[in-house]
Design a protein around this ligand. Structure first.
Ligand SMILES: [Zn+2]
Length: 332
């Protein structure tokens, strides 16, 4: 009993120290932010960053979303069984002006990407596309089978004037303890929340190339890569996951930038997944706490290796793409 008390005491101190260290976060500082723009003209492609690697992409007629994670479970809750928060989901959708969506493209099946996807698909009428693991999450959310697409890599999926290509990618390396906790395998059974965080295993990670006559882009939901996979595509905008990139070696950072923004020839790099996704999404959402990521190191890893613009999109603020520089479609 005495031993159990000591363990409990040590655990409480650990939790206290951890929660204290989570109070300190860097700021966006002087990193260039996208200026407010007039509303896009019909047919122009606009992006709205909605935290983590959740991005709304619209041409005014067709509306796409990546991931759609809005529950943003707090850190203490991560140690319990977690579940989507419908109130938060609805609030974020309202604030972003989303009522219908054509497709939700899931970039991998960790909780901070896929947990809400099936529910958002249900609420907005969207088709949910992703790996076989993500499909299991959709099923667990009660989404009808015909609304779930298990994707093939490099295959064109068309929605209105948009074409989506899912490209094999890796996940940013995490410390072993975190990797074991969050799950690196495949999901083989429907996930029925509430469930422990590890139920949402990574599955296949993708980079997503989206082409449209009014603008092409790449979204890399984690700072990982698979060499050569993006070489056949062109995209002017590369939206790259920032979290944990600053903790990787110089060689890794160089490889990541060459295999993503470099491979598609992007003129503009936009970081995503830099926000503290353990708190509610607001227009002024803070970056991840220091103990989890060093924003400056992660942003420098991208900006210093990119010969072009580097731009931060504040959440909920629409950003209109310039038309493509290369006139040809990038279909492989
Ligand atoms: Zn992940």
């Amino acid at each position: 009993m005495k031993f159990a008390r000591w363990i409990l005491c040590a655990l409480l101190i650990l939790i206290l120290a951890a929660s204290l260290s989570l109070q300190f976060a860097p700021t966006l500082g002087d990193w260039p932010r996208a200026a407010k723009q007039p509303p896009p003209e019909p047919g122009q492609v606009s992006l709205t960053f909605l935290g983590t690697s959740t991005v709304l992409i619209s041409d005014g007629t067709t509306h796409l979303l990546t991931d759609g994670y809005f529950s943003r479970v707090s850190i203490p809750e991560l140690f319990t069984r977690i579940a989507p928060n419908r109130e938060r989901i609805q609030q974020a959708l309202d604030q972003a002006g989303i009522d219908t969506l054509d497709a939700i493209a899931v970039l991998h099946s960790h909780f901070d990407h896929v947990m809400d996807s099936g529910i958002v698909a249900e609420m907005t009428g969207a088709q949910m596309l992703g790996s076989s693991s993500s499909a299991m999450v959709g099923r667990g959310s009660g989404l009808a089978e015909e609304r779930i697409t298990t994707v093939q890599t490099h295959h064109p999926y068309r929605f209105g004037d948009f074409t989506l290509y899912f490209v094999p990618a890796g996940h940013v390396p995490l410390p072993d303890i975190i990797e074991n906790w969050t799950g690196k395998g495949e999901i083989t059974e429907p996930v029925t929340p509430p469930a422990p965080l590890g139920a949402w295993e990574e599955g296949q990670s993708y980079g997503l190339v989206i082409t449209h006559p009014a603008g092409n882009l790449l979204i890399q939901g984690s700072a990982g890569m698979q060499p050569g996979e993006l070489d056949r595509y062109q995209a002017d905008y590369a939206l790259l996951a920032s979290a944990s990139l600053g903790k990787q070696s110089e060689a890794y950072q160089q490889g990541f930038m060459e295999e993503t923004a470099g491979a598609v020839g992007a003129h503009t790099v936009i970081p995503v997944h830099w926000d503290n996704f353990f708190v509610e999404l607001t227009a002024e959402v803070p970056p991840l706490p220091w103990v989890l990521d060093n924003l400056d190191a992660s942003f420098h890893a991208m900006a210093d290796r990119h010969d072009g613009d580097f731009l931060v999109l504040p959440p909920f603020q629409r950003f209109t793409l310039e038309p493509p520089t290369a006139a040809t479609d990038t279909a492989p």
